[in-house]
Design a binder for this molecule. Sequence first.
Ligand SMILES: [Zn+2]
Ligand SMILES: [Zn+2]
Length: 345
Amino acid sequence: MRAIRKPRPEPGLEVCEVPEPTVGPTDVLIRVKHAGVCGTDLHIAEWDAWAQSRLHPPVVVGHEFAGEIVAVGDEVPAELKVGQLVTAEGHIVCGHCRQCRMGDGHICRNTRIIGVDRDGAFAEYLAMPSGNVMGLNGIPTTTGAIMDPLGNAFHTVLTGDAVSGGTVLVLGCGPIGCFAVGIARAAGAAKVIASDINPKRLELARRMGAHAALNATTEDVPARVAELTQGEGADLVCEMSGHPDAIRQAFASVRLGGRINLLGLPQGEVPLKLSNDLIFKGVTVYGVIGRRMFETWHQMQRFLSSGLLDPTPVVTHTFPLEAIHDALDAIRSGAAGKVILEIGS
Ligand SMILES: [Zn+2]
Ligand SMILES: [Zn+2]
């Protein structure tokens, strides 16, 4: 089958032929129709320090996808059937560690990620453990292919109870930030404020429903948030960029007793004055990793199937599998929203 692979421990990806995956008794074999390309794939292509420390090439890359079940193992539950359109949680967890057994599989200490630690989704076929598979129930595969990053956004926005009737500040309007804006609107936020340094991304945030879109290069974000909230600050800040300046803005913009959910990954240390920025303000901070298994997925399915949320404006580019390098260039340019690959029809 055709696949996109990291062939060797060096920069680059190759489109090549690889053997079809084998299917164990608890696996389903999925013919991939659409797959999402993300920053992680760019890190893997460029072979940065994280990729060097984590990957053991050769490995088929890609972790965001949707497709059709073409075979099921003997022990797969009857709910999963050949012909069904599905997506899947790409974090394969152990089920045995303390976190898994307490219902916190998203922080399993033995997580293995498809397209990183084992072969992934930029391929014609992919085998997945049935427990990770989610039926799409009418959601198109173009949307199914982005439910992994969309789930990150759901996890960020809906953790805590600050959204309904509240003011939500989203810092960083890449695809996940733009999803977060739409989710906050759909979940009943009274005011959604978005911030970024890229006018194209701010435009996308507006399209997803942001009441105000602040350009952080020309505007004082905490001052503008104070203005827009009668001096109170935001009830919930979703930090999606990982930029140290934005993280400082998060603490400066949150209201007393408010909540900050941090998804963006800073590269180094971020200086904060914990006394003034967090403790005296009575702020709650939550680290967002992955998607809750599987509450986030069920939440997301209901928002999508009911039409409460339409994430499609965020998808700006679609490429065939062979054009993976154009897809990565689109992400590099900073002008793209979500980029997807069309793999099978
Ligand atoms: Zn991703
Ligand atoms: Zn575990």
